[in-house]
Design a protein around this ligand. Structure first.
Ligand code: ZN
Length: 376
């Protein structure tokens, strides 16, 4: 078994973000994931305990994985119950948290500088594909204090900070109490309305902001803009709002036709899945999805609905390279999306029934000021 520390070298970053078909991607990413597995086995005693049965079954030399579903996942909830760490404590420079609600336990993701910088770099590579390299005037549908505490980031804060690299002349559209900051918006619009801009926010907060625009009878001209949003649909599903209606509302109130939803989580910051022009979430080079049957976790073929497992090439400082989520989804196809991007594409269908309520951006409206989010 390989014991060497995985690295993020030039060859790693030279991989095409959306250029791999499934076969060539497996040839590159599966050995990487296996290397991470070996690394965490060696470095993280808790991971070793959790994987012990697997190791015992294959004494000596475990066979490298042949398929995505060979990657054994840790359940996402373990990151709430245990401190899972694969580097010495003194190397941890940042702790990401998923939730601040009193009822839900918080995921704590421990980052060393190498993992944090790889996450930032991967996010840049992914988002540049959708946004281009030019920094755009950026409207953030959130309040400025969400990124103020730099040592202990909420996923939402981390997401916003990560995205700021694509923006300039930033404007936060909300006040600390999440009410719209109309003077700030008007000031920013006076300078940038009608031009190319970037709007970023968490899905439910964008939705609420749109409702506030409608209530005020405001009609913006952001027709040259692009909206990037993510963080869960649960609250919107409760309001019976789907992706299509969301986009319709965006277009009606702001003129924006380019809208990209993303799917990601605090346990795998950086390797996000972004929605293409056809509404499909695409796997980037650094990440992959597996769908498993809810009952026995058997891997499911294209088209069948089950629990989403996410794989990421990035986590070095914690064993988060293969995680079983509490989300339901379906693989829509492989290497044949009409947008032309090769690889696996999928949709997220909601939460697993009776899953523990995670504090995510969906709950922000109810508990203003607390830190939440499933994020970039
Ligand atoms: Zn596509």
């Amino acid at each position: 078994m390989s014991r060497e520390r995985p690295t993020f070298d030039e060859a790693f970053w030279q991989q095409p973000v959306y250029g791999f078909d499934q076969t060539s991607k497996a040839a590159w990413l599966l050995p990487r994931l296996y290397q991470l597995h070996s690394w965490h086995l060696q470095q993280c005693p808790a991971y070793q305990q959790l994987q012990r049965r697997f190791v015992a079954e294959q004494p000596g030399k475990p066979v490298p994985w042949q398929a995505w579903h060979d990657c054994i996942p840790l359940h996402v909830r373990l990151f709430k119950e245990y401190e899972l760490r694969s580097v010495p404590a003194e190397q941890v420079i940042k702790v990401l948290t998923s939730s601040g609600t009193s009822s839900a336990k918080v995921s704590r993701i421990l980052l060393d500088s190498e993992t944090a910088s790889a996450q930032a770099k991967a996010l840049v590579r992914i988002m540049q594909h959708w946004l281009g390299k030019e920094r755009l005037p950026m409207l953030i549908i959130d309040h400025p204090n969400v990124i103020r505490d730099r040592a202990s980031f909420s996923a939402r804060g981390a997401g916003i900070q990560g995205m700021q690299i694509f923006g300039r002349q930033l404007c936060y559209a909300l006040n600390d109490d999440l009410s719209p900051n109309w003077p700030a918006l008007d000031d920013w619009l006076a300078r940038h309305q009608g031009g190319p801009i970037l709007v970023f926010g968490f899905t439910f907060m964008v939705w609420q902001w749109l409702q506030a625009l409608a209530q005020q009878g405001r009609q913006l001209d952001l027709s040259q803009g692009v909206l990037v949003h993510g963080g869960g649909w649960k609250k919107l599903q409760q309001l019976a709002v789907n992706n299509q209606q969301f986009k319709q509302q965006v277009r009606q109130l702001t003129g924006m036709a380019r809208v990209h939803n993303f799917y990601g989580m605090v346990e795998q910051v950086g390797s996000v899945f972004v929605e293409c022009e056809h509404g499909h979430l695409h796997s980037p080079a650094f990440a992959e999805v597996v769908i498993r049957r809810a009952g026995d976790l058997a891997p499911l073929p294209v088209g069948e609905e089950g629990v989403i497992q996410v794989l990421s090439a990035l986590p070095l400082s914690y064993p988060g390279h293969s995680i079983l989520t509490e989300d339901r989804g379906r693989i829509l196809g492989q290497d044949d999306c009409p947008c032309g991007r090769p690889g696996r594409y999928f949709s997220v269908l909601g939460r697993v029934a009776r899953a523990e309520q995670r504090g995510c951006s969906d709950t922000v409206a109810v508990t203003a000021g607390e830190q939440h989010a499933v994020a970039l």
